[in-house]
Design a protein around this ligand. Structure first.
Ligand SMILES: [Fe+2]
Length: 484
């Protein structure tokens, strides 16, 4: 039994793996209630022991190499010390292994994909030194075939502009992506001129080290912040498409695995699904650094894991009254669900969710009143899987983890779940994905003829998802909404 660890880094996480089985996986922030918590905590360790006692810990990156890079880039503190982190939470007795940062990403993707042969692209802001890597995954293991090194990094470029737009870097990149739909990509050539010596995906040569941001850059007076977002998003998509096409040209396979923080960009993911030339695409549903706690174990073991579902965290064991949930929904109320094991990954997929009727002009306003978030951001639909094609132009056959956006065919009927460009980040729901959520959707469909619900995370803006029963009770009291 091995525990994989991502620590001393944004989104600390742990995953407990026994042979091919992922027994438990969790984000530190859900226990400490500190958003994007860098550190492990004793509450999560206590819960881990309910699932097993590991003898070995594997760290998700190479601390010495990371320390050198942090020293070089002027980050403080620069010294990474996994032993210290483990000792602090009472795990100092475990024997400690280390694997590479991008190796963890690649392994998390390939060894949960079910593919025996795949081309793998990893893109993030930065690991130790790698910022983009390409791998060939086969039955013989993972072979790195190409890499781009810091400070050249398309992820850092995107993160720098996240900060430039007044958002939190390494956390609110998804808001930049959402803003892009409201602007026009009129600054693409200007940005390329100002920031790139060379732009030939997968190769790029940045003019500036963007680690400390780009606040010095001035938006031309003919553009607004949404145009900046649209242009940055355009460049990211152009880069990723160029990179996967290069990958396709030298690895002969139908299967693409895309990982790293940039694989959270669901707009770009959809373009990769449609335009990359690969028949199949797999993004592990927690593709950023948090998912690397699974990846670290996979990289060490170099064997496929049994990936079933992302419900791997804290278990709230109680009976979910499906009829009562649907009765509340029919009344037009927002319904909170905190039941079963928490999702491992950034999306609430039915076990820590807020649900409501997606029809009518006021659906978004009702949810926004609770969530206290920017009015321009849309909410996502969860739909009976077999109905998805009737309402959305599906770019992938199923989308159980909300990783892709699709054009909604009837945006006027469902304004709450459509963005300004009439796309939706669709979650398809089968019985095997989540029996309780499926039962809610089936009964809702039977009573109303509507096969989808609006589904968003059970939290308020800036807070981690509700995790435990205590969190759920606290949330219920604070917001006056019954949690089922
Ligand atoms: Fe990463």
């Amino acid at each position: 039994m091995i525990v994989g660890i991502n620590g001393q880094n944004h989104d600390a996480s742990m995953s407990l793996v026994d042979n091919e089985s992922i027994l438990w996986a969790a984000h530190a922030e859900r226990y400490s209630r500190i958003k994007n918590d860098k550190h492990l905590n004793t509450d999560m360790i206590r819960e881990m022991y309910e699932y097993g006692s590991p003898k070995v810990a594997v760290w998700f990156e190479k601390p010495f190499s990371k320390s050198l890079r942090k020293l070089y880039s002027g980050e403080r503190p620069w010294w990474c010390n996994p032993k210290e982190e483990l000792k602090r939470v009472g795990l100092g007795h475990l024997s400690l292994e280390k694997v590479g940062h991008h190796e963890s990403h690649a392994a998390a993707g390939f060894y949960t994909s079910g593919f025996m042969d795949a081309a793998i692209l990893v893109v993030d802001a930065i690991g130790e030194w790698d910022t983009v890597t390409m791998w060939h995954g086969t039955q013989y293991g993972l072979n790195k075939v190409w890499s781009l090194k810091y400070p050249d990094s398309i992820g850092l470029f995107y993160t720098a502009f996240t900060q430039y737009l007044g958002l939190k870097p390494n956390e609110e990149e998804y808001i930049l992506m959402g803003m892009a739909a409201l602007g026009k990509p009129i600054l693409v050539e200007q940005l390329k001129k100002d920031f790139f010596n060379e732009f030939g995906p997968p190769f790029i040569d940045l003019k500036h080290n963007l680690h400390k941001g780009c606040r010095w850059w001035e938006t031309p007076n003919y553009a607004n912040k949404f145009d900046v977002a649209a242009s940055v998003q355009y460049i990211m998509e152009e880069y990723l498409l160029g990179a996967v096409k290069t990958l396709k040209s030298f690895i002969s396979t139908d299967n693409l695995v895309f990982m790293g923080g940039c694989a959270l960009n669901c707009v770009a993911n959809s373009r990769l699904a449609e335009e990359s030339g690969f028949k199949n695409i797999w993004l592990m549903p927690n593709p950023g650094d948090a998912g690397s706690s699974i990846g670290a174990v996979a990289a060490l073991e170099r064997k496929h894991l049994n990936w079933h579902r992302p419900y791997l965290g804290t278990d709230i064991r109680r009976v979910l009254d499906i009829e009562d949930v649907v009765k509340e929904l029919i009344k037009g109320n927002v319904v909170a669900v905190a039941n079963g094991r928490a999702e491992f990954g950034p999306r609430a997929l039915g076990n820590r969710s807020l649900l409501c009727d997606p029809r009518g002009p006021d659906a978004k306003a009702r949810m926004n009143a609770l969530k206290k978030r920017e009015a321009f951001r849309p909410f996502a639909p969860a739909i009976l899987a077999e109905q998805a094609n009737n309402y959305f132009d599906m770019v992938v056959p199923t989308s159980p983890y909300m990783q892709f956006v699709m054009k909604c065919r009837e945006p006027d009927l469902f304004p709450g779940i459509c963005h300004y460009d009439n796309t939706s980040r669709v979650q398809t729901v089968n019985y095997a994905d989540n029996p309780n959520f499926r039962a809610i959707l089936e009964l809702w469909y039977e009573k109303t003829g509507c096969p989808m619900l609006m589904n968003t995370s059970l939290n308020v803006k800036g807070e981690p998802l509700v995790n435990s029963l205590e969190d759920a009770n606290r949330w219920e009291k604070l917001n006056g909404v019954k949690v089922f």
